[in-house]
Design a protein around this ligand. Structure first.
Ligand code: FEO
Length: 386
């Protein structure tokens, strides 16, 4: 697919029923984007996932016929983009891999490749004839070796995972921000969420570039909607959110769930924006997404083995691991003979820097009308401290 005079899209869509990184569900699929820069010499920017070799090579041939690819630019070594390196080398034996020093041991480690690798430095220029590519490191967006490649003549940035999102691309590859916005937040929160500071550093570094086109490794190519996409990445990497509540609940026999519904109803009654997620049945990526949307997290868990209920503990651990900032936290939960979960959730959240908005709400055995006043008091405290 032709994107400009020199840039072609040769990526693939993945609609398989599988988990991305073996963790994240993909209701709308995902794309592995790869690009050709076609000039007197031809450069291929990244490859695709292992399952798509035949289609990937066919996409390249469709664009350049029998011409040879001269360079493989390796911006990022995560295998969803690098798994076809050896196949590409078999197809184009003269190809030279162009990458940075941090990627070199990964290329050897994953692919056993040590020859015909050109190591470039930050700011170095690679001429393709009438146009040229320059390179800049953006470490930890998403791995330490990650870099971007800039085609100055067409103001096009090959951005690696930066500005990427879940969702296969079909029916038009450019500028579908409104359609993909939620999948961008879910992708960011799940994959890149921990690395807010490196994303901020990358945004600062790239702010000096004139951008007419961003070609990410996942999701649409951005042209007219670059401001919206950059603004969203800026917001997420600052951990900025809307005022609102994400309730996460796990329940064995339905009592903690009833409490979650009562808290949700009370918050909605007070005009607070509020979503509720089931930690047992939902993929955590949908929960992380809403943690990156709202400034308050409320977790509900029964006491289980004198601990937090496993599914809720797992989600809360994931939130803490993402080092989210500027968030309030509150906990509630049931117990039968000795309560522990609320205290433990408070400790976990507090240690991760979340601000405790309440001491929490515990209740013994069945949840019902008798706890109505406790719910009101709990919600009062949360709202007053949000
Ligand atoms: Fe899509 Fe970090 O690779």
């Amino acid at each position: 697919m032709k994107l400009s005079e020199h840039v072609r899209y040769v990526g693939v869509n993945d609609f398989r029923p599988f988990l991305f990184e073996n963790q994240w569900t993909l209701p709308h699929g995902v794309s592995y984007n790869s690009y050709l820069v076609v000039d007197e010499k031809i450069a291929l920017v990244d490859t695709a996932a292992a399952a798509f070799g035949e289609q990937f090579l066919a996409n390249i041939r469709e664009e350049i016929g029998d011409r040879q690819v001269d360079y493989l630019i390796v911006n990022h070594m995560e295998p969803d983009h690098s798994a076809l390196m050896s196949l590409v080398r078999e197809e184009y034996p003269g190809i030279q891999i162009v990458t940075n020093a941090k990627a070199v041991p990964m290329i050897e480690g994953y692919n056993g490749i040590t020859d015909n690798v050109k190591v470039i430095k930050e700011g170095e220029v690679l001429s393709l004839g009438s146009v040229s590519l320059t390179f800049a490191m953006i470490p930890m967006v998403h791995w330490p070796e990650t870099m971007v490649t800039y085609l100055a003549e067409e103001q096009t940035l090959f951005s690696g995972d930066a500005f990427g999102c879940f969702g296969a691309v079909e029916g038009g590859i450019c500028d579908r921000f409104e359609e993909y916005r939620d999948e961008m937040v879910r992708y960011y929160a799940s994959i890149v969420g921990k690395y807010g500071q490196p994303v901020q550093a990358a945004l600062k570094k790239l702010s000096g570039l004139t951008l007419s086109r961003i070609c990410s490794t996942h999701g649409p190519v951005w042209e007219s909607q670059i401001p919206q996409v950059v603004a969203l990445y800026d917001r997420m990497s600052r951990y900025e959110t809307d005022k609102g509540v994400c309730i996460v609940v796990g329940s064995m026999y339905g009592n903690t769930e009833k409490a979650a519904e009562a808290i949700h109803a009370e918050l909605v009654k007070r005009g607070v924006k509020c979503v509720i997620h089931n930690a047992v049945t939902e993929n955590p990526s949908f929960i992380y997404k809403d943690v990156f949307e709202y400034n308050t997290l409320i977790c509900g868990s029964p006491t289980y083995n004198n601990d937090i209920f496993p599914a809720v503990r797992e989600v809360l651990y994931g939130v803490c691991a993402r080092q989210v900032k500027n968030h309030g936290f509150a906990a509630f939960g049931s117990f039968t003979w000795a309560g522990a979960s609320v205290k433990l959730m408070n400790e976990m959240a507090s240690a991760a820097g979340l601000k405790l908005l309440s001491e929490g709400m515990s209740f013994r055995q069945g949840f019902g009308e008798k706890y109505s006043d406790n719910v009101v008091a709990f919600v009062d405290e949360v709202i007053n401290n949000m």
